[in-house]
Design a protein around this ligand. Structure first.
Ligand code: DC
Length: 218
């Protein structure tokens, strides 16, 4: 199987790039962040205190997460409900950053991710794909960009969606999430030793995708 692992901080462009690579190579895109978001949504909806690790550990296995593809786009189901439309909300992302640090949550999703990659040619993005989920992936990329550039991209995205975003708050949130993702004990965001570093701060989306596709041919 062709497995491509892309890790990196929030807002580096992982999902945009991964989607483009998946389309170009005609393979599936597995968005693991959405799985963590789906578990977080389940916990929020269940009224679980997301800061109570024991409660999160006990409750998370109640979220039966599965994925399916509709017109090539990943849909995440939680206990049979398609929860995809709710996953990008700011609240869900913040909660996911907290609950994804809980070992039981990670263990709950790890096998699903490994199985998808064992059965499909895929490009998978997340925080620990090259280091933990797919250590044997043919291509491993660590994709990053400066926090100011990542905040700018998010700012433009929200503005285009008709919102009135606050740049400084967005940048602060991004830096806080980076810190949480990089400093947790289990599966922190790190660059795997054999991952190729790509800094997208001054690169276009097609340039980054082309670079990754080149790596597949090496
Ligand atoms: O990439 P994202 O913003 O959708 O991810 C949501 C949260 O899930 C983020 O705080 C980090 C976490 N996550 C993780 O811990 N491991 C992954 N493989 C993917 C995401």
């Amino acid at each position: 199987m062709l497995n491509i692992a892309i890790d990196g901080p929030a807002g580096a462009g992982k999902s945009t790039i991964a989607k483009m690579v998946a389309k170009d190579l005609n393979i599936i895109y597995v968005d693991t962040g959405s799985m963590y978001r789906a578990v977080a949504l389940y916990l929020l909806r269940s009224g679980v205190d997301i800061h109570d690790e024991a409660a999160v550990s006990a409750a998370c296995t109640g979220a039966d997460i599965t994925i399916a593809y509709e017109n090539g786009s990943q849909q995440v189901y939680c206990n049979g409900e398609n929860v995809t439309p709710f996953l990008r909300e700011e609240e869900t992302g913040k909660a996911a950053s907290v609950t994804s640090a809980v070992p039981a949550v990670r263990a709950h999703l790890l096998q699903l991710q490994k199985n998808l990659a064992a059965e499909n040619d895929c490009v998978m993005d997340g925080r620990d794909i090259g280091s933990v989920v797919l250590p044997g992936a043919k291509v491993k990329v660590y994709l990053t960009a400066s926090s100011a550039e990542r905040a700018r991209r998010r700012f433009e995205e929200l503005k285009a969606a008709g919102e009135a975003p606050d740049f400084d708050r967005i940048k602060e949130d991004i830096e806080k999430r980076d810190y949480q993702d990089m400093h947790r004990e289990i599966s922190p965001l790190i660059r795997a030793e054999d991952a190729v570093l790509i800094d997208s701060t001054d690169m276009t989306i097609p340039e980054v995708a082309a670079r990754i596709e080149e790596l597949c041919n090496d």
